[in-house]
Design a protein around this ligand. Structure first.
Ligand SMILES: Nc1ncnc2c1ncn2[C@@H]1O[C@H](COP(=O)(O)OP(=O)(O)OP(=O)(O)O)[C@@H](O)[C@H]1O
Length: 745
């Protein structure tokens, strides 16, 4: 499977002004072809983030240019039997529909009509070249996924049932029951079907776009080539994804929020799938959303093209960074492409200019939770090149364009830091003394490591500090909590170093990679001798043990602990940026890897309390997926960090039994409530399950469907054996399980 990720920056619309442009395209050093998107750091405009892509298309790129460069080369592969999937991803109003569908004029036609035109042309040529021995048939299906329900766009809306079309599994493939398919003779035929069925698509006016697509629209073009001896079938799916906008900027009402929750969830799964494919994971979470499940994403040997649509305006700043972040994960697949030699056949073209269009109104931006990072796609290439298969996948490094300056001291623990990392730390310089520590290199001369800072040590008064400075390090009083904090910080540093190392290796080995530049969110592991002395032997031992553990954890590809650690690192980085909501989200993502981990649960609870407080105080937070799920106001407002068996938490939180907190949550040691909950779940009795606290009809049905699916796939007995497992079921999560448990208590 190969994936190519490209970015397309749309031109300015009539009412947009050149002075508000903040997104620009650039080539890699010394190369003309555009391959980088540059955008200022919203928190520090003197810094600029660079995101690398397989190709970047600037504002003046025509429909024809995009199509010939990115889609046309794969039509041959389609006729050779490979499946092709083309996504248009991006925030509402950035040009996804324009890219996929386009305008009615010939020059304005988007990817889809051009694709069909090429397919028919090639089909005719094959028939002609084989003297009619090969017949080529084209059939279309067109459906949308709205609020996680599938609707046939080839059918009139009146024929829709509220629950949409069901999915079924057959021979390991997922198909939509009752989805119509229309044979399509020629382009005229196609245009008629396509224009008619587009009127059936659900769109709505949001504050960002008067005709915003609220569903994912998936056009499936099935090509069947038949000769006397064989039938070859392949499909090309073209997907105009729903907008990935942030609710806080759309003034969305309840209905729009529910839609957005479904949209964001499926986009999240999509990015997770792409991420997993890029890592070469055996398990791709494609079953966790309907769209990826129907597309069987990552299950075939096809070609995927992800077109990230971007608006160049400042008013989209945070949304743009957010989608760059998502697509940058996809970008890592560049490595696989090089290996497959399927793509990269044509360099992206550059044009500049501007076009007019509709007016897209946007409201003022407020803080957003998303991490603004980028993965260096070439990280995997570097890992591959050096045969370090046991290295963890490198996630999230941000490049900033800052002048290089040699460091004044070499890192003391250079044995654990690859040379490339040392270079990174040398390149970086603290441009702003007020910057957060994570953004500044921690070289000995420039600034002491956080680990050695007196704030981490219980020395309140100057006199004591002087005495302590003279005293040997082990005499310093460090509380268990402080040690814990140091260890946590250190873990984050170690992981961050790996990212930086990978980025550095990338630039050395990958011809298409971004040049290695300093990172803003990573720190180096320049633990100095002074630092080591200050933190003492005990901390050092624990750090080393942890380092070994991370090393051994990350060796197991697909190991959920490594995944969890990565989320913890991201949470940590979000915290460093002051992005509490982002941190909370990453802590929640880490939870399935460390089920029931009391400290993590504590962090999540505290984060949620803060969020609730923000809401009550009229803060920024206005709604996410979690809001929608927990809309009954049942979300705990308070709670202790450690839950005690058999009692309720402070603010009415379900008090989970110890059995649940252990990894795996063995049924053998389950409390009667746990056992009861599992019995109800495993009964598959919809009535009983619906009776659980926090379960509605849909959640109950989804759970039963999931259990049935497990059984169909022969996975164990299709039973959930522990609360930890229950939490891992798609759509469940910790809060749902806690509430169901609480109901039984
Ligand atoms: N490359 C382009 N050239 C000219 N106009 C464009 C281009 N891209 C987008 N536009 C214009 O920008 C506006 C928004 O584009 P479009 O509706 O395609 O956005 P979208 O991302 O599909 O939004 P939504 O997710 O809400 O459906 C439209 O008026 C469209 O014509």
């Amino acid at each position: 499977m190969s994936v190519r990720v490209v970015a397309r920056i749309r031109p300015l619309l009539e009412t947009e002004l050149d002075k508000d442009v903040i997104v620009r395209a650039e080539g890699l050093e010394g190369q003309k072809a555009l391959a980088m998107v540059k955008i200022p750091n919203p928190k520090n405009e003197s810094e600029e983030f660079s995101f690398a892509f397989n190709g970047v298309y600037d504002r003046g790129t025509t429909q024809e240019e995009l199509f010939s460069a990115e889609v046309a080369p794969h039509i041959k592969s389609l006729f050779q039997g490979l499946d092709v999937t083309i996504f248009a991803y991006g925030v509402t109003g950035t040009g996804k529909t324009h890219t996929m569908r386009g305008g009615l004029k010939l020059a304005e036609r988007g990817v889809i009509p051009r694709l069909l035109s090429n397919v028919f042309r090639r089909g005719k040529k094959i028939a002609k070249d084989t003297n009619g021995e090969t017949t080529v048939e084209v059939a279309l299906s067109y459906y949308e996924i709205y609020n996680d329900k599938v609707f046939d766009l080839l059918e009139a809306p009146e024929k829709r049932t509220p629950s949409g079309l069901p999915l079924r599994e057959k021979d390991g493939k997922t198909f939509v029951v009752g989805l119509s398919e229309r044979s399509c003779e020629d382009l005229k035929d196609f245009e008629k079907i396509y224009i008619e069925s587009n009127n059936n698509r659900i769109t709505a006016a949001t504050k960002l776009n008067a005709h915003s697509s609220r569903s994912h629209a998936i056009l499936r073009v099935k090509v069947t080539q038949t000769t006397d001896t064989m039938v070859r079938e392949s499909t090309c799916s073209a997907i105009d994804l729903a907008g990935s906008e942030d609710n806080r900027r759309t003034d969305n009402g309840k209905e729009r929020l529910v839609e957005s929750a479904a949209i964001n969830k499926s986009l999240f799964v999509l990015s997770q799938c792409v991420d997993a494919i890029s890592r070469g994971d055996k398990r791709i979470p494609y079953r966790e959303s309907k769209m990826t499940r129907i597309l069987s994403l990552g299950q075939n040997n096809g070609i995927t093209i992800m077109i990230l649509n971007l608006a160049p305006m400042r008013s989209y700043h945070l949304d743009t960074l957010s989608s760059l972040n998502v697509s940058s994960r996809a970008k890592r697949i560049e490595v696989r492409e090089i290996e497959n030699e399927v793509v990269f056949k044509q360099a992206p073209r550059t044009m500049s200019g501007g076009l007019g269009g509709n007016n897209v109104q946007r409201q003022a931006l407020r803080t957003l939770t998303n991490a603004h990072n980028i993965t260096s796609g070439a990280a995997l290439l570097a890992a591959k090149a050096t045969e370090k298969a046991d290295k963890p996948v490198k996630l999230f490094s941000v490049y900033t364009d800052k002048a290089a300056k040699p460091a004044t001291a070499a890192p003391a623990r250079s044995s654990t830091v690859p040379p490339a990392v040392a270079n990174i730390s040398q390149l970086r310089q603290p441009s702003n003394p007020n910057k957060r520590p994570s953004e500044i290199p921690e070289t000995l001369a420039a600034r002491p490591s956080k680990l050695a800072r007196p704030t981490h040590i219980s020395l309140a008064r100057p006199a004591l500090q002087q005495r302590a400075a003279a005293a040997p390090a082990p005499q310093l009083s460090i509380s268990a909590e402080q040690i814990e904090a140091m260890v946590e910080k250190k873990v984050a540093e170690i992981l961050a170093t790996r990212l930086a190392a990978a980025s550095a290796e990338d630039s050395a080995s990958a011809p298409n990679s971004v040049p290695t530049q300093p990172t803003t969110t990573t720190t180096t592991t320049t633990t100095t001798a002074a630092t080591t002395g200050a933190i003492g032997d005990e901390v050092q031992r624990r750090l080393e043990a942890l380092e070994r553990r991370i090393e051994s954890d990350t060796r197991h590809e697909g190991d959920s602990r490594s995944e969890g650690l990565r989320f913890l690192l991201q949470a940590r980085q979000a915290k460093e940026r002051g992005d509490e909501e982002g941190a909370l989200r990453f802590y929640e993502l880490a939870l399935p890897s460390f089920p029931g981990q009391a400290k993590l649960l504590g962090k999540i609870e505290r984060g949620e309390r803060r969020r609730v407080q923000d809401e009550n105080e009229g803060g920024d937070y206005e709604g996410t997926e979690a809001d929608v799920e927990d809309d009954d106001g049942d979300r705990p407002k308070r709670g202790g960090t450690r839950r005690v068996k058999g009692r309720r938490g402070k603010g009415g939180l379900a008090v989970l039994p110890d059995a649940m907190e252990g990894e795996g949550g063995d049924v053998g040691s389950a409390t009667p409530q746990t056992q009861r909950l599992l019995d109800i779940v495993n009964s598959r009795d919809l009535g009983l399950i619906k009776g659980l606290h926090g379960f509605g009809a849909k959640k109950a049905q989804d759970l039963v469907d999931h259990l049935n699916l497990l059984r169909e796939q022969g996975e164990e007995s299709g039973r959930v054996g522990s609360l930890a497992q229950l939490r891992m079921v798609p759509g469940m999560g910790s809060r749902t399980v806690e509430r169901a448990y609480e109901g039984l208590v």
